[in-house]
Ligand binder design. Structure first.
Ligand SMILES: Cc1ncc(COP(=O)(O)O)c(C=O)c1O
Length: 388
């Protein structure tokens, strides 16, 4: 979370004063209003506010018809929740390499496609936009669905389009670590009415048919799903956060550019698929070795991180995935299901060597949107000293 203040406090107070917090049939309709805000800001036909980004990913996969017998290609560098969403849908995550940009490698996606592949999940990790042109072309060529995991990239763009709106569906997260946040929360975005209808049912299956008039325009049959219904307080906070979003992004991008321009001649900045659309949260620098990346990240005043050491963001640390433990009850475990018996992947720690190499030779500097010119200049000096 970057910015929050009186506007959010007032919005929450208004909801509390109504004593009426349930999403449907209430006084303020903040969840529905937040969905309308998203539709306008992201230029997308349908949006569903949810309790989490993971909930939005699972709902999207189910709504896209992904299930047992299907493979879904995910990047080797993403938070474990991406791969877990695939398992929650009953399908098998197939892990693809990252490329120089640290986002999923389109060439490796093509190598990983089999007759069982149903979908690709590009992840705009750290707010770095994936090469959506290449990914959409591959999807078209092989008749695959695309679910964008934009959980680390709220509001970012690729060639002018908001991340999460280019594929068949997209997911945002509003948890504490995100660009805009209510502590927890998420949203599903799609231009596809069929995906929207099914996700609407899946994300709130106990209430959607019984409260209000939510299914009047829905064509899908009813089925048992989950409970990811957003509440009014979360939604009221997010409505204020959406108003701040483009300002936060503009300041993050400007500060990232200021520092990048000042150091571009003395280090290798990791390339971007679209620097204009990049969220600007992280400045990635490439080094010759892991040791050099660590030395830089740990240098005085840098407060950096080496993505290789960011735990559950690196596939080899996805313990329940790597050990193929898809559920507590073995009968519900997709890794043990009959429908998946021919497609259970052979996960190995060294299966994506290029990703591990790139992650180990990179160091991140976190960008603060509220740095003053003096603080930026001081940061540039600190970085120059650490690079020496
Ligand atoms: C890439 C990615 N996908 C999915 C998620 C899940 O989001 P949430 O925590 O809102 O469920 C996260 C959360 O950090 C994430 O970073």
């Amino acid at each position: 979370m970057y910015r929050i203040g009186k506007e959010e406090i007032d919005a929450v107070a208004k909801v509390i004063e109504t004593k009426d917090f349930f999403k449907i049939n209430n006084s303020l309709h903040e969840a529905e209003n937040a969905e309308e805000d998203i539709k306008k800001i992201f230029d997308v036909k349908h949006a569903i506010m949810m309790t989490s980004g993971h909930g939005a990913l699972v709902s999207a996969l189910i709504a896209m018809g992904v299930g047992p017998g299907d493979e879904v290609i995910v990047p080797a560098y993403t938070y474990i929740a991406t791969a877990m969403a695939v398992v929650a849908a009953g399908a098998m995550p197939v892990i693809a390499e990252a490329d120089e940009t640290l986002t999923i490698c389109p060439k490796d996606i093509e190598k990983k496609i089999t007759k069982h592949t149903k979908a690709i999940m590009p992840v705009h990790i750290q707010g770095f936009p994936c090469n959506m042109d290449a990914i959409m072309e591959i999807a078209k060529k092989h008749n695959l669905l695309v679910l964008e995991d934009a959980c680390q990239a709220d509001g970012g763009t690729f060639h002018g389009k908001r991340l999460g709106t280019i594929g068949n569906a997209g997911a945002l997260s509003f948890n504490f670590y995100k660009i805009v946040s209510a502590g927890e929360g998420g949203a599903l975005l799609t231009n596809d009415k069929n995906i929207f209808d099914r996700a609407l049912i899946y994300h709130d299956s106990s209430a959607v048919a019984y409260f209000g008039d939510q299914l009047s325009d829905v064509d899908s049959m009813l089925f048992c799903g989950n409970e990811y219904r957003a509440n009014e307080i979360l939604s009221a906070i997010m409505r204020e956060q959406f108003k701040r979003m483009d300002g936060i992004l503009a300041d993050l991008r400007a500060n990232k550019k200021y520092i990048s321009d000042a150091i571009a001649d003395i280090c290798e900045i990791v390339p971007s698929n679209d620097i204009e659309g990049d969220c600007g949260t992280t400045l990635p620098i490439r080094f010759e070795s892991y040791e050099k990346a660590c030395a830089f990240a740990n240098a005085e005043g840098i407060n950096g991180t080496v993505p290789y050491d960011t735990g559950k963001h690196v596939y080899k640390n996805w313990t329940p995935i790597m050990t193929k433990t898809g559920a507590l009850n073995p009968l519900m475990d997709p890794f043990k299901m009959e429908a998946n018996k021919d497609i259970v992947p052979d996960y190995r720690d060294d299966m994506c060597p290029k990703t591990l190499d790139l992650l180990s030779k990179t160091a991140y500097i976190s960008i603060n949107p509220d740095w003053t010119k003096e603080e930026l200049d001081a940061m540039v000096e600190t970085i120059k000293k650490a690079l020496n």
